[in-house]
Unconditional design. Sequence first.
Length: 112
Amino acid sequence: MKTLADNAFFLVFEEVIRRDNPNRASDFWSAAGVSWHHSKHSFEAERYGFVLETYEAVRTGKPGWTLLVVKEHWWAGKHGDVLRSAQWAKPLAGKRQAIFNWFKQRQKEFGP
């Protein structure tokens, strides 16, 4: 895991979500000093559909930060072929390195 943009970051991100919010049972939860909010927006028509998921992670105190993660999936037809998938993470507040360090620490907690 080298940056908030590489695939390794998103693998750790997914593991954090999986462990801290099993089965994605809640749209609001807290774990390891971070408060999370998840929202999901979707649309489906005859020719195409999409899902847009957002995750906002907020750590208060020092070092405080806010991270927005967006996952976007488009498909053709009713649950047809994938047209496009994208994901990105953007710090909204605080230092990028503090966010990155938090995820690296969580990764260490998970073990090999």
